[in-house]
Design a protein around this ligand. Structure first.
Ligand code: HEM
Length: 526
C-alpha cells in the first residue's frame, strides 16, 4: 500500500517538502510578528496612567495603609497626580491635583457620573433606591431633582432655621450648665457636637428627635443612636467581594452578610414605624396648608406629599426610606466631623479663636442666643470654615465615581468601568497651590473668591458637578450656628496638665479625630 510516509520519502518530493516546511515556518513567524506588532502598536496607542508594581490577585491592595488619603498622597508624589491602582481586579484611578479633578468632575462629568457597585450599599439602600449610590440614569435624575428642588433647596433649608436656632440654644444651655456646675472640669465637646448635628437631621427629616434627650424616649433614643452607628459601620465595612468578586463566599463565613442583614432589618422596622406615624399627620398638614395655615413639614411629609401628587414616576415606600437613610448617612456624620475639626483647629490657634470671638461678639453683642440673620455678616467665620475644609475635608477621598466609557484624563487613557478616587485631602495640602499649605491660616480666604461650592477645584470637600453634594447649604447652615453659639458665650481652655491639643486622625471613610475632644468652657463676661 502506498502510504503518506512513502510519499514524503520519494526522492523528487523530498526537496519540495523541505521547501514547503520552510515556507510554513516563515509564514508562521511572519503572522506571529505581525500580531505582536499590532498588539504593541495598540499598547503604544493606549497611554495608560503610571501604576506602581502589583501582586497577582491582590493587585495593589497590600500597599494601602490605614490612613488611605495619606498613603495615596505619598504614592501620588512618586507616580504623579494621576495614577492607576489595581484594587484586586478593580482598576482605580487616583486623582490628586485640581486640574485632574476638574477633568473628572467638570470636563468629563458625564463619563464619570456613575458610582461603583457595592453589594453592601445595594442591600442597605433598598437596591439603590436612594440618591447617593443610585446608578446614573433616569431614576437618579428624578431623585436628584426631588432632593435638590424639594428637600434641600435654599428655601427649604431656610424653612428649618427655627430648628437649628432651637438646637443651638439648647447647646448653649447645656454648656453653660456644665461651666457653672462643674467649673474647671473638661467637657466632651465632640459628643455634644455629634448630638446637635444628629438632632438637627432627625428633626428636619423625621419631625422629631430620637436622641437620648428626647422627651419620653430615653431608651428608644439610645437604640436609635446605636442603630445609626451600626448602620454607618456596615456601610463603611470593607467588602472583599467588591474587589475580588470570586472571594464573595467569604462573607457568608466572616459574619459580614449576617451583620448587614441585621442592620437592614432593624432600620427597616424603625423607618416603617416613622412612615406609619406620618401617614395621618402629613395629610392633615397638607390640608391645613391648602387652607392657608402654614404647618411645619419635615422631609418625610414632603416625600409623602410628593408620592401623593406624582403619577408618572413611582415613589414607593422603599424610595422614601432610602432617601431618608441618605440624609442620615450622607448628612449627619460628615457635618459632625467638619465641626469637630473646625473646633480643634480654633482651639489649637488661640489667635484665631480670639479674632473670631471678637467678630461674633461685635455682631451678636450680649444677647444670650445668636440668630442666623446675624451670621451673614461674619466674614472671618466663613474664612475659618473654608480653611478647616481645606485641611480636614470630612470625606478626604470624596465618594468614588466610576467611568461609563473610555475617556482621556490628562492625556492618559482611562478605560470603561474604572473607579475614580479624588484625594481632596491631598489637593487641599498641595504646596504648589497653597502657600504654607500645612498651616491653619483662615486669612488666606479673606478677600479671596475661592469657595467650596464646586467651582474651584483646589477646594472640593463637597465634590462637584452633577454628582456633587446637594446638602452643602444644609451642612454649612448647621455648622455656622453651632460654631457661633459655642464661641459667643464661652471661652475655651485645654484641660489642666494636658499638652497641646493633637490633630490625630482615626481610620475610616469619614475621618474623625482619634481621641475625644475634651475642653474646659468658662462663661464669657464682657
Ligand atoms: C460637611 C458636610 C458634608 C460633606 C463634607 C459632604 C460631602 C459630600 C461628597 C464629597 C459627596 C460626593 C460628591 C461627588 O461625588 O462629587 C456628597 C454627596 C452627597 N451628599 Fe453630601 N456632604 C455633606 C453634607 C451633606 C448633607 C447635610 C446632606 C443631606 C442632608 C448630604 C447629602 C448628600 C447626597 C444625597 C449626596 C449624593 C449626591 C449624588 O450622588 O447625586 N450631604 N457629599
Amino acid at each position: 500500500m502506498y502510504g503518506l510516509q512513502d510519499f514524503f520519502s520519494h526522492p523528487d518530493l523530498q526537496f519540495a517538502s523541505l521547501l514547503l516546511f520552510l515556507f510554513l515556518l516563515i509564514s508562521a513567524k511572519f503572522i506571529l510578528s505581525t500580531e505582536t506588532l499590532t498588539k504593541n502598536k495598540k499598547k503604544k496607542k493606549s497611554n495608560l496612567p503610571p501604576s506602581p508594581w502589583k501582586l497577582p490577585v491582590l493587585g495593589n491592595l497590600h500597599q494601602l495603609g490605614t490612613h488611605l488619603h495619606r498613603t495615596l498622597q505619598s504614592l501620588s508624589q512618586a507616580h504623579g497626580p494621576v495614577f492607576l491602582l489595581h484594587l484586586g481586579s478593580a482598576p482605580t484611578l487616583i486623582v490628586s491635583s485640581p486640574e485632574s479633578a476638574k477633568e473628572i468632575m467638570k470636563t468629563h462629568d458625564l463619563a464619570f457620573s456613575n458610582r461603583p457597585h457595592s453589594a453592601i450599599s445595594n442591600r442597605l439602600l433598598y437596591n439603590y433606591r436612594d440618591l447617593s449610590q443610585a446608578p446614573y440614569g433616569d431614576y437618579w435624575r428624578q431623585m436628584r431633582s426631588l432632593c435638590v428642588m424639594r428637600l434641600l433647596s435654599a428655601k427649604r433649608v431656610e424653612s428649618f432655621r427655627w430648628i437649628r436656632e432651637q438646637e443651638a440654644a439648647l447647646l448653649v444651655d447645656t454648656i453653660e450648665e456644665h461651666a457653672v456646675s462643674a467649673a474647671g472640669a473638661p467637657l466632651n465637646l465632640g459628643e455634644l457636637i455629634s448630638r446637635i448635628t444628629n438632632d438637627i437631621v432627625c428633626r428636619v427629616a423625621l419631625g422629631r428627635k430620637y436622641g437620648e434627650a428626647a422627651a419620653g424616649d430615653g431608651e428608644k433614643g439610645k437604640e436609635f443612636k446605636l442603630l445609626l452607628e451600626e448602620f454607618g459601620a456596615a456601610l463603611g465595612a470593607v467588602n472583599v467581594a467588591d474587589f475580588i468578586p470570586w472571594l464573595g463566599w467569604i462573607n457568608r463565613f466572616n459574619g459580614l452578610n449576617r451583620k448587614v442583614e441585621k442592620v437592614f432589618r432593624e432600620f427597616d422596622e424603625f423607618l416603617d414605624q416613622v412612615l406609619e406615624d406620618h401617614r395621618l399627620t402629613s395629610v392633615i398638614k397638607e390640608k391645613s396648608e391648602e387652607e392657608g395655615e402654614e404647618k411645619e413639614k419635615d422631609l418625610v411629609d414632603v416625600l409623602l406629599q410628593f408620592q401623593r401628587e406624582t403619577t408618572g414616576f413611582a415613589v414607593d415606600r422603599d424610595t422614601i426610606k432610602a432617601i431618608v437613610l441618605d440624609m442620615f448617612a450622607a448628612g449627619s456624620d460628615t457635618t459632625y466631623t467638619a465641626l469637630e475639626w473646625t473646633m480643634t483647629e480654633i482651639l489649637r490657634h488661640p489667635r484665631v479663636m480670639r479674632k473670631l470671638q471678637k467678630e461674633i461678639r461685635a455682631i451678636a453683642e450680649e444677647k444670650r442666643y445668636v440668630k442666623e440673620e446675624e451670621i451673614k455678616q461674619m466674614d472671618y467665620l466663613k474664612a475659618v470654615i473654608k480653611e478647616s475644609f481645606r485641611l480636614h475635608p470630612p470625606v478626604p477621598l470624596l465618594v468614588p465615581r466610576e467611568s461609563n466609557r473610555h475617556v482621556k484624563v490628562q492625556g492618559y487613557d482611562v478605560v470603561e468601568k474604572t473607579r475614580v478616587i479624588v484625594n481632596a485631602w491631598a489637593i487641599g495640602r498641595d504646596p504648589k497651590r497653597w502657600q504654607y499649605a500645612e498651616e491653619f491660616m483662615p486669612e488666606r480666604f479673606l478677600n479671596n473668591k475661592i469657595d467650596f461650592k464646586g467651582q474651584d477645584f483646589e477646594l472640593i470637600p463637597f465634590g462637584a458637578g452633577r454628582r456633587g453634594c446637594p446638602g452643602t447649604s444644609f451642612a454649612t447652615a448647621s455648622m455656622e450656628i453651632t460654631l457661633v453659639s459655642m464661641l459667643h458665650r464661652f471661652d475655651w481652655l485645654m484641660p489642666a496638665g494636658e499638652g497641646g491639643l493633637d490633630a490625630d486622625e482615626a481610620p475610616g471613610l469619614t475621618v474623625h479625630r482619634k481621641t475625644p475632644l475634651l475642653v474646659v468652657p468658662t462663661l464669657y463676661s464682657p
